[in-house]
Ligand binder design. Structure first.
Ligand code: PGA
Length: 255
């Protein structure tokens, strides 16, 4: 009913794939395929690909995102990248709190909160990932887990700022496994996220936040997932590395 109020966003999450020259080639293939999209199209790419990616998509309707950002402006944080560095390159989106960062790199809700605030302060859009593990779904505590992530990840973030955040619901058991959540499962949790935002903020905020689904979304299952009332787009890993598959998902969002 309120889907028209929100921006539909199809974002690729390339993860640790593609060198700069490969990034240029892939984006060059994607540009003509998505030029008539009536949704937002984003490619989130490895740090070293960002500059060439921004240059390659100039004049097109594709926006570029990073896959993480540190919360400090600068300092002794070897191996980290600041929001100022990303902003200067021309990055518009930053993925925060992806489950791979949470699982393998010690990301916590507290650091997700700090990173999200830093991305907002720099004038970029965070795509904040939440989602339950397989054993959490089996124990029927999905809502408890996702609800807790939302409360901690967005602690201290104002209603106005919340409207500038994109949430990606990514059930961890569906990422890179080929096991997609059914459209009904995706809708159930995306609707729960929206209800939670309405309680934490207001219906106005809840209605305006883009909530993506992510986890083995591809060219064959995208249309049905995206037809759901509370699924406002997708965060796409594997299928975003193949231009024909990614552009087919963008077309599914247009339909
Ligand atoms: P996948 O990854 O599409 O390869 O499952 C999604 C993601 O991790 O964002």
């Amino acid at each position: 009913m309120n889907k028209a109020l929100r921006k539909v966003i199809i974002a690729g999450n390339w993860k640790m794939n593609k060198t700069p020259s490969e990034a240029k080639a892939l984006l060059s293939e994607i540009i003509p395929l998505v030029k008539d999209a009536d949704c937002e199209v984003v490619a989130c790419v490895p740090y070293v690909d960002l500059a060439v990616a921004v240059e390659t998509v100039k004049g097109s309707n594709i926006k570029i995102g990073a896959e993480n950002a540190h919360w400090a402006e600068s300092g002794a944080f070897t191996g980290e990248i600041s929001t100022g560095m990303l902003k200067e390159i021309g990055v518009d989106y930053v993925v925060i709190g992806h489950s791979e960062r949470r699982q393998y790199f010690g990301e916590t809700d507290a650091t997700v909160n700090l990173r999200t605030k830093a991305v907002l302060a720099a004038g970029m859009t965070p795509i904040v990932c939440v989602g339950e593990l397989k054993e959490e779904r089996e124990a029927k505590i999905t809502e408890e887990i996702v609800g807790k992530q939302l409360k901690l990840d967005f602690a201290g973030i104002s209603a106005d700022n919340m409207k500038n955040i994109v949430i990606a619901y990514e059930p961890v058991w569906a990422i890179g496994t080929g096991l997609t959540a059914t459209p009904a499962q995706a809708e159930e949790v995306c609707a729960f996220i929206r209800e939670t935002l309405a309680k934490m903020y207001s219906k106005d905020v809840a209605d305006s936040v883009t909530i993506q689904y992510g986890g083995s979304m591809n060219d064959t299952n995208a249309a049905e997932l995206l037809s759901k009332e509370d699924v406002d787009g997708g965060l796409i890993g594997g299928a975003s590395l193949v231009s024909s598959k990614f552009s087919a998902i963008v077309s599914a969002a247009n339909a």
